[in-house]
Design a protein around this ligand. Structure first.
Ligand code: TRH
Length: 377
């Protein structure tokens, strides 16, 4: 009989929580032949990621995953063999009692947020004894070898390389989204949070000698784009040209298509957690718009990542990248830092691919979770 896994996801905001857990659930099914239930408390966020999903359904199946609405009024459910509480969400008390009553006990894991900070390596895999008497283990994704690694589907990098070699597949993909860049235009994707200095970056691209076709998925940054364009009500499908810059608003697409979009671009602005990782698997230079935390803890996370990422880059390119990422995340004017970064474009492109291939040498997060379960048994 297949081992069963329950993944619990509370949608705090945006798409990262459900984006990560759905990706993990699908991979557990597809690559490890497991039986997976994904409990989500807000299916409307899920429905954006998964076209065809029903935001009202109590349960539904997608790619072999049983996606269940996690109701406030919890109804008894038999615990699975492995229970994942994503990002420290609170499991229903009755479910914890049921876990406690199980014999044999399920493996209970808390899947943490991604961080490049060094302390993560000391905490990854540590148990904590709960008041219920059950042990819960902390599982940390990460970039360092003694962490749980990153979500990466089998064959992902090979698929990207094949796509890159196949011009007609790329053109067909872009045409499906009605993207027709002018010859020689550089494609950049922009998936970001609000950014007070965005106008300075757009103005730079508009007066640049090179053409840029900027692809902006509908979402939080649109207000800043509207202000700079001086238009209202930007929706998917809108295309506006200002000098050398074409701005095109895109619909939210399924996760696989978002990957392809990143693969088509020469540069990507990504955010949060999951798109940040996908941006790295795309092997392209990027800006990470990090998720802002109240206590400013995000700056330490940003610096910790940069410290790892800069290894192997020349000092000048590394410094230019630091400036761009800092300015972007502080909502500052981008003119100087972006123009300085442009000088290092080819070095950054080579580096991004090298970084991707190096990270891909580590076991992926899903495999690490399955292995952790095996070792625990
Ligand atoms: O949406 P995010 O900002 O999500 C989060 C949440 O805010 C969360 O609470 C926070 O803890 C976390 O960030 C750090 O960014 P993220 O993580 O990149 O998630 C976006 C998801 O949306 C990701 O799975 C990719 C997917 N996506 C698509 O599937 N299609 C699209 O067109 C786009 C633009 C994204």
């Amino acid at each position: 009989m297949k081992a069963s896994w329950d993944i619990f996801c509370t949608v705090v905001d945006n798409f990262g929580d459900v984006g990560v857990t759905f990706r993990l659930a699908r991979q557990l099914v597809a690559e490890h032949d497991l039986q997976v239930r994904l409990w989500v408390d807000d299916l409307s966020a899920f429905a954006r990621l998964c076209p065809g999903a029903d935001a009202q359904a109590e349960q539904q199946w997608h790619d072999g995953v049983q996606v269940c609405s996690w109701p406030e009024d919890w109804q008894p459910a038999e615990p699975a063999d492995v229970v994942i509480q994503a990002f420290a969400c609170h499991l229903p008390a009755a479910y914890i009692e049921a876990v406690q009553a199980c014999n044999p006990r399920p493996l209970w894991l808390n899947l943490e947020y991604l961080s490049a900070e060094e302390w993560v390596t000391g905490c990854h895999g540590l148990p904590s004894l709960q008041s219920s008497g059950v042990k819960k283990f902390f599982f940390f994704p990460g970039f360092r070898t003694s962490t749980g690694g990153l979500l990466r589907e089998a064959g992902l990098i090979d698929r990207r390389h094949a796509f890159e070699r196949n011009l007609s597949a790329r053109q067909a993909f872009l045409a499906d989204l009605s993207i027709y860049p002018q010859p020689g235009a550089r494609l950049i994707s922009l998936f970001a949070y609000e950014h007070a200095g965005l106008g300075s970056w757009l103005a730079y691209l508009a007066q640049d000698a090179e053409l840029t076709h900027l692809l902006v998925p509908e979402g939080r940054v649109i207000g800043d784009v509207e202000r700079w364009l001086d238009v209202e009500g930007l929706r998917a499908g809108a295309v506006h040209v200002r000098g050398a810059l074409t701005i095109q608003v895109l619909p939210f697409v399924r996760q696989e298509d978002y990957d392809r979009l990143l693969w088509c671009c020469a540069f990507n602005v990504v955010r949060g957690e999951d798109s940040f990782v996908r941006g790295q698997w795309a092997g392209r230079p990027l800006i990470w718009h990090i998720y802002e935390q109240d206590d400013d803890a995000h700056w330490a996370k940003l610096d910790a990542f940069l410290e790892l990422y800069l290894a192997g880059l020349s000092d000048a390119a590394g410094q230019a990248l630091i400036e761009v990422w800092r300015h972007w995340n502080a909502g500052q004017d981008m003119t100087q830092s972006w123009s300085a970064l442009e000088i290092h474009r080819s070095e950054l492109a080579l580096h991004a691919e090298r970084w991707c291939l190096e990270r891909a040498l580590q076991d992926d997060l899903t495999t690490a979770l399955v292995q952790f379960h095996r070792n625990w048994l």
